[in-house]
Design a protein around this ligand. Sequence first.
Ligand code: IMP
Length: 321
Amino acid sequence: LAPQYSEIASRSEIRISQTLKNLSDFSLPIVSAPMDTVTGVNMAVSMHKAGGLSIIHRYNTIEEQVDMVLAAGEEGVIVGAAIGANGDLLERARALIKDASVGLLCVDVAHGHHSNVRYALEVLRNTFGYDLHIMAGNVATLEGFNALSDWGADSIRVGIGGGSICSTRIQTGHGIPTLQSILDCASSDRDATLVADGGIRNSGDIVKALAAGADFVMVGSLLAGTDETPGEVLHTKEGKKKVYRGMASKEAQSAWRGRVSSIEGVSHVVPYRGAVKEVLYELDIGIRSGLSYSGATSIPELQAKAQFIRQTSAGTIESST
Ligand code: IMP
């Protein structure tokens, strides 16, 4: 992104808050991914305190997920919950809404531009109406984005194959670089919220995603290894670590459904990083600094002003630390 003339004296002049329809304003436009090594109750509470949102993962029984949402809810936390596009879809959705008063459901599948998702969105809208916020995904194309919006999604996860633990492009040959998908989907004339998802490694990547047209970003690896992620701290010769794994990895599939089909993710250990609030604080100030380099005091202003430049591989080397 080319730096531009700025009159912003302090990062506190910059507002990075964003709204999700029927739900709330969020002072930090970051959503934690519905993965079993990222988002449980502790992550939901800390994300909420930092101004962001969490989606509780669905790799559990309905009772376990309802409990997680109720626990988080007791602390006044606004939280979303993931569901699949078939199987126990309606039963899970009903329990989350009736027993845990969840305000956001996320239809969470790898290939969102699919008849199963169309069916899921139709059933959810017919059963629960339009007061509920429904997120759905993932898609990588403008056609996919428009379809999910037309089928009833309020917000759409954009990005296929870009996740740090993802092997979809290697296993299947499919996917589109996430920044390109954001640019394409942001040209949509639908008013669905765009959630950029996969491959975001630092606050600079968040600024680029927002500048390209994302309203929110969803992240996994950026939060992995913190105290608030589910899972034990491992003591290894190389220091403390935690597991971070793709939900389509062999390890995650065997754990949650006891069988493995197409393996499209990997499992690995990442360094233990302490409290997530420190990570979120650094991201918050990094995003604000990013907006100030483009002379923008809000995300819509960043989107209007941002100037992307192409760089050579020499520039890429110069840009990395
Ligand atoms: P990260 O922030 O780059 O680590 O990517 C996180 C995103 O990767 C999630 O929000 C999902 O969209 C995606 N994802 C999670 N598990 C898998 C997997 O096993 N294969 C492919 N993509 C995955």
